[in-house]
Write a protein that binds this ligand. Structure first.
Ligand code: BES
Ligand code: MN
Ligand code: ZN
Length: 495
């Protein structure tokens, strides 16, 4: 898909579909007014008929509008003028894309003309671009007939002449994030017999080649040498060999301490011997979405050529029951030396992440953020809108929360209080891997915090946000926008 910025009169745009906004009070946006005046009140007639009231996300397609070069004009409802904000813009853009008639290959938006308090043209254009790419995503399903790409080919964004340069830069930012999201969705959606730890390692190597990252994919014997007994405990039940993926994007000053992203890469989570119930177990192919979001974020920062040092660490394996699998009661020795009593083999994410967090120490990080589909309890606590955010540093938490707000990929700050830690006490090891039902997402974060004492650290529990269930089942590409925006902010501060 190709995006271009244009300025000039909207009636002269040669496009399959020109998109103009209508507010709920049946008030016309500037471009709508302009088209209305040029076309002998064609829009006013439609509004009078009552067919379009301007409700947020409602659409109506007009054909053969007089004196207008576009083949169609689509009216899109923007809701109440007083309420209009970035979220409404994104929702309106999504609605237009979903409502495009089949024959439309080129479209032109005028929606970024509408003023939003505290939002720049760059922000509006970036959100528009990201939303269009996100809404036209087609799952690469494995069918006899390969799914066709979305028919939309060209998207014009109409802006004021003075805004052109900023808008063009914003197209880059928006599409960089969207490309990262697409990779995260693609990896999440792949079946678990294809998207194995080895496959993820190959994807990391491909990214490294495309964007000049340094890459290492450590195999089982190298992971053994590192002493990652906890990670290997999870991996031992599967015939699929584990991998530890390390990517480095070194585009900051040499002396600059890197941000480290750690992604949970369980390519399938059966629960192990503490076997999960059968219903919807297929969705546990998404248990590598933390890893996918880290790879997606690397794609985005590669696209943006972000001037920052960033490291990715991805422990990846399957969690399977077998004659060789981990058992409840087993005690593992982590790379940090802490011993772990495994009371439930289904609490495996923290077991692979803790060794990756210890490995992160060698990079002397400025901050470490881990991303994991860690707990069902997080979904119970927060539902599917925000990711859960935990941190041992309030300033870092604030930075991530703000990046989430800015990118419309929000997180919610959860407590990580000392009081919860004793739920992890064990009679037989330094720490147990579960802390009971109460506050399950918090005790999971507490477990990780024991291995993240040497640096500023945050944990994003994305169990509720990384994919959708039901009819729309599929990866969401989250939290690539949050992470990329966080890194962009860090890069701008490093200047
Ligand atoms: N991958 C799951 C978490 C999960 C469950 C994500 C459902 C999304 C939907 C994780 O490995 C897990 O199984 N966690 C257990 C922890 C429990 C045994 C303490 C859980 O949440 O039930
Ligand atoms: Mn599990
Ligand atoms: Zn899991």
């Amino acid at each position: 898909m190709e995006f271009s910025i244009k300025s000039g009169n909207p009636e002269k745009l040669r496009t399959d579909c020109l998109i103009v906004g209508i507010f709920e009070e049946r008030k016309l946006s500037d471009s709508a007014k302009h088209i209305d005046a040029m076309s002998d009140k064609a829009i006013s007639h439609v509004l009078k008929s009552g067919d379009m009231e301007g409700k947020l996300g409602s659409t109506l397609v007009m054909h053969q509008v007089p004196n207008i070069s576009a083949a169609r004009v689509m009216l899109v409802g923007l809701g109440k003028i007083a309420d209009y904000n970035e979220r409404h813009l994104r929702q309106a853009v999504r609605a237009t894309v979903k409502a495009l008639p089949k024959g439309v290959q080129t479209i032109a938006f005028t929606l970024t003309e509408i003023n939003i308090q505290q939002s720049s043209i760059a922000t509006k254009v970036a959100h528009l671009v990201e939303t269009v790419i996100d809404a036209t995503y087609v799952v690469n399903a494995i069918k006899e007939k390969k799914p066709e790409n979305h028919p939309l080919e060209k998207v014009v964004i109409q802006v004021e002449k003075t805004e052109t340069t900023q808008a063009e830069q914003a197209v880059n930012n928006g599409s960089g994030i969207a490309k990262g999201m697409r990779l995260a969705k693609d990896l999440g959606n792949l079946p678990p017999n294809i998207c194995t730890p080895t496959y993820l390692g190959d994807q990391a190597k491909k990214l490294a080649k495309d964007y000049g990252f340094k890459v290492e994919v450590l195999d089982k014997s190298q992971i053994e040498k590192l002493g990652m007994g906890s990670f290997l405990g999870v991996a031992q039940g599967s015939l699929e060999p584990p991998k530890l993926i390390v990517l480095q994007h070194n585009k900051g000053k040499k002396s600059q301490k890197p941000v480290v992203l750690v992604g949970k890469g369980i390519t399938f989570d059966t629960g192990g011997i503490s076997l999960k119930p059968g219903a919807d177990m297929d969705e546990m192919k998404y248990d590598m979405c933390g890893a996918a979001s880290v790879l997606g974020t690397f794609k985005a920062i590669g696209e943006l050529n972000l001037p920052l040092n960033v490291v990715a660490i991805i422990p990846t394996c399957d969690n399977m029951p077998s004659g060789n699998a981990l058992k409840p009661g087993d005690v593992l020795t982590s790379m940090a030396g802490l011993t772990i009593e495994v009371l439930n083999t289904d609490a495996e994410g923290r077991l692979i992440l803790c060794d990756a967090l210890t490995y992160a120490e060698r990079f002397e990080p400025s901050a470490v953020v881990d991303i994991a589909t860690l707990t069902g309890a997080c979904v119970i606590a927060l539902g599917h809108h925000p990711s859960g955010l935990f941190s041992n540093n309030d300033a870092l938490a604030k930075e991530l929360l703000e990046a989430g707000e800015k990118s419309h990929d929000r997180a919610w700050h959860m407590p990580l209080w000392e009081e919860y830690q004793s739920q992890l006490d064990s009679n037989f090891a330094d720490i147990a891997n579960i802390g009971g039902r109460a506050g399950g997402s918090i005790t999971a974060a507490c477990f990780l915090s024991r291995f993240a004492k040497k640096y500023e650290w945050a944990h994003l529990d994305i169990a509720g946000t990384a994919w959708k269930s039901g009819k729309e089942k599929g990866g969401t590409g989250r939290p690539v926008p949050l992470l990329t925006t966080f890194l962009m902010h860090r890069a701008s501060q490093a200047k």
